[in-house]
Every structure is written in C-alpha cells, then in structure tokens.
Design a protein around this ligand. Structure first.
Ligand code: ATP
Ligand code: MG
Length: 434
C-alpha cells in the first residue's frame, strides 16, 4: 500500500461544513468593504525576501524567526512566502503609481505564512483580512478603519463585551528617538534584570522589550519611561482627534501605553481588538498608522493606516459565542426513481437552478442507483425543504410531485402538490422563497 500523505504541520485543510462558516464570514467582509468604499487588492503570495526585511525591520519576530524563505532553484532569487500583506500592498501601490490621483482605500483577504509553534489560534498557514488606507493622513481615517472593525463585529453578531479595543500612540520618529534614548538609559541602569532576548534588543530595538512576556521583567518594564511623555503637540493632537471620533460614536477603548505592536513601521495610532474568550491568542485584529513605510520602501513619502485580522481566531470566537452561519442546505432534493429518466429530468432541474432554486440532484452511489427509500433518506439528510419526485407516471403526464419535507409554520404537515414541467417559472419561486 502506498504511504498516506499528510498536510504540512500547522497548515490546515478547511472542509465542509466548516467552510460554509468561512464563506459566510467572507461575504460579511465583502459587504462591509463596499459600505466603506474599500476596493479589493490581490498581491502575490511569494515576494522577494528583501521586501519583508525592509518593510518589517530586521529586528522583528517575523523577520528574525518566522519567515518561510527559500531560494528559487531556477535562478537563485531569494523568495519568501508572505508573512503579512501590508508590505506587498505598499510595494504594489508604489510599483503601479496607485496614489498618483489621491488616496486609495484597499482591502485584502488571503493566506499568510509564519513558522511559529502551532497551537490553538496560531498556525503556520493562517488567513487574514486586512485594510490599508494609503495617502490619507488625517486622524479621521485612523478612526474610520477602527470603526470598520467594530462594524464587522456587529455584522457577525458579536457583542461589545466579546471584543474590546486598546489604543496607543507611537508619535513620530523624532519623539520615538528621544523616548528610545531614555529607554536605553533606563534598561542599561538595570541590565542585570534583563533576560537574554532583552539584552540582545537593548540597542537595536528597545521598544520591543516593553512587549516582553517574561514575568520576571514586568516590574522593570512598568517603571520604564513612557512614550506619552515624549509626544509633541502635533502627535498629541492627532491622538486626541482619534479618541474624540471614537467617543462621538460611543466606542469604548482603553489607552494602553505598553501597546507597541510587532512591526517597526508604525507611527501615531496603534490599536488592537482583543477578546477575553480565546486565552493567550486573544488578539483578533491589530493595526495602526505607518506614515514612514512608503518612503522606507522607496516610494514618494505618503501616509498610511490599516489593520490585519486573523480569520481563524475570529471564526473560533464565533464558535465560542455560538454564532451560527445561515444554513447552506439546498431548497430541494431531486428524487429520481429510475436513472433512465435522467434525459427528461436534468433539463427541468437546470431550469430550476437558472431560476435561482438550489437543487441537489440524486446521483448513484457505489451500490447502484439507490432505492426510493434511500433517496428519501438522503433528501432528509440534505436539509432540503422539498423533495421533487420525478416518478414515471408523473413524468408521463408532464408533471413532478413536490413534497414538503418540513412542517408548515402552523405545525401541520404541508400537502404534496403536482407541478407542470412545461411551466417551471410558475412554481420555482415557491421552492426558492418558501
Ligand atoms: P501575535 O502577537 O498573536 O503573534 P502578531 O502581532 O504577530 O500577533 P499581526 O502580525 O499583527 O499579529 O497579525 C494580525 C492578526 O493576525 C493577529 O492579530 C492575529 O489575529 C492574526 N495572526 C497572527 N499570527 C497568526 C498565526 N500564526 N496564526 C493565526 N493567526 C495569526
Ligand atoms: Mg506574532
């Protein structure tokens, strides 16, 4: 026997019926993007490794240890499976001069790849929805993208207590540099309390030390200089405007001065949507403003703001909150007693489908065509509301029997009817809209 092959560790198959929940989620996302005027962008899954090294920064978790990088065996190019999509979107915006006539509001949806330890809510291939508003620098756009996520939670049937919002401002580079110098001085004064990773990052990326999960360093981190005390007038005004916009629509938030996020490119507002229902992997959506990124990637300087959302985590949250996707059961199941009648039956089913009726057609299995009894069992199992019974006598008279499989609203069993094959449009709506 041939060896059984398996999917790569940390990379999952998505099968029915679970895939229906994902499709429904994606439908909600697309409707949301339309309402806010965000257009879809699709960039390649494979990009030059240099794109992420430059775009994310050399001293980040992703670039240091999470990238699937390889050499193209044909030409030696250094390539990477995208670990996130902001860098790719910004590359595309520059490459195609997308901002020549003003700002662009974009969204993406698709797989990302990170070599992490697989666990609940953390996979090696995972999926993100993200938005990027490019060339738009005002605080109203920070608020807009934050409120888009809030709308999505509502559309999905989540409650305000299921996801809470945390905010911070990282200011601009000059302010961060002054804060950074103060941070380094603070940590250098207590170097004996730093773990190995923190010591390594002390001079390259001291801000990331604030993000440490090491309990032994919490007190030291708590006492560190706060960036908020280093923000200038403009940065404070920007952050205040974002908060005022959230206040105006009654969106609660907490300002978390330790929220720094993983990527180097953030400026001004950063935020995370966090759920208390998923344990350690509770951040379902994170993002912020990245006004320096376009220039860092070789484009004309232009502001940007966006977020990325982990679809697996949101789906898991929907399950925790018992949110069910609408049924994808067919409207009708076609019971076909005799396979010899298919020539006559298939055109009718095709007419029904053209009229918008979801029809699951009986098909033979490994034990032959199947008895009436087994076909009715399958009709029931499919969740269809009607069985269409294409019996020989009915077909000879140009008719099909339509049998309701669910009780009517008043609880009474609904009656079977006969419908004319020559006038499908007359009864298709009854199946579709029942
Ligand atoms: P974390 O701190 O959980 O590692 P992150 O800061 O690395 O998250 P981002 O790069 O901001 O995450 O990605 C945006 C979102 O994508 C996260 O908030 C999370 O919901 C999701 N995400 C990130 N990494 C993974 C992963 N390995 N598996 C599943 N979802 C992920
Ligand atoms: Mg991470």
């Amino acid at each position: 026997m041939a060896e059984i092959l398996q999917a790569v560790k940390g990379m999952n198959d998505l099968l029915p019926p679970e895939s229906a929940r994902w499709e429904w989620f994606e439908d909600q996302v697309r409707a949301l993007m339309r309402r806010y005027g965000y257009a879809n962008i699709r960039t390649p899954i494979v990009e030059p490794t240099a794109l992420f090294v430059r775009g994310l920064g050399e001293v980040t978790d992703i670039v240091e240890k999470e990238m699937y990088s390889f050499e193209d065996s044909m030409n030696g190019d250094q390539l990477t499976l995208r670990p996130e999509n902001t860098a790719g979107v910004v590359r595309a915006a520059i490459e195609h001069s997308m901002l020549y006539d003003g700002g662009k509001r974009l969204y993406y949806i698709g797989p990302m790849f990170r070599h992490e330890r697989p666990q609940r809510g953390r996979y090696r291939q995972f999926h993100q929805v993200g938005v990027e508003a490019l060339g738009l620098g005002g605080p109203e756009v920070d608020a807009e993208v934050i409120l888009m996520a809030r709308s999505l939670w509502r559309d999905l049937g989540l409650k305000p207590e299921d996801v809470r919002l945390e905010l911070n401002s990282l200011g601009v580079p000059a302010e961060r540099n002054a804060h950074r110098a103060a941070l380094i001085a603070h940590f250098e004064a207590h170097i004996d309390q730093l773990d190995e990773e923190a010591r390594r990052r002390l001079h390259s990326n001291p801000l990331r030390i604030l993000d440490t999960k090491n309990p032994a360093m919490q007190a030291l981190v708590e006492a560190a200089p706060k960036l908020a005390d280093y923000l200038g007038e403009d940065s404070r005004r920007h952050f205040d405007a974002v908060k005022a916009a959230l206040d105006a629509v009654g969106q609660a938030y907490t300002v978390n001065p330790r929220l720094v996020r993983g990527m180097d490119y953030y400026t001004h507002t950063v935020f995370e949507w966090i759920t208390p229902r998923l344990g350690a992997q509770g951040t379902v959506c994170g993002g912020g403003r990245y006004d320096g990124l376009m220039a860092m990637m070789g484009g004309k300087p232009a502001p940007g703001v966006g977020w990325g959302l982990g679809i697996e985590r949101v789906i898991e949250l929907l399950k925790e909150c018992a949110v069910e996707a609408p049924s994808t059961a067919p409207d009708a199941y076609a019971v076909i007693p005799d396979a010899a009648s298919l020539q006559q039956v298939v055109p009718v089913i095709e007419q029904l489908r053209a009229a918008g009726v979801a029809v699951l057609m009986h098909a033979g299995g490994k034990d032959g065509w199947g008895s009436m009894k087994s076909q009715f069992k399958k009709a029931d199992g499919s969740g269809a509301r009607f069985a269409l019974i294409f019996g020989g006598d009915e077909l000879a008279r140009g008719e099909v029997a339509v049998k309701p499989l669910r009780a009517a609203a008043d609880g009474q069993p609904a009656a079977q009817t006969l419908q004319p094959l020559a006038a499908v449009a007359g009864w298709a709506a009854m199946l579709r809209d029942a």
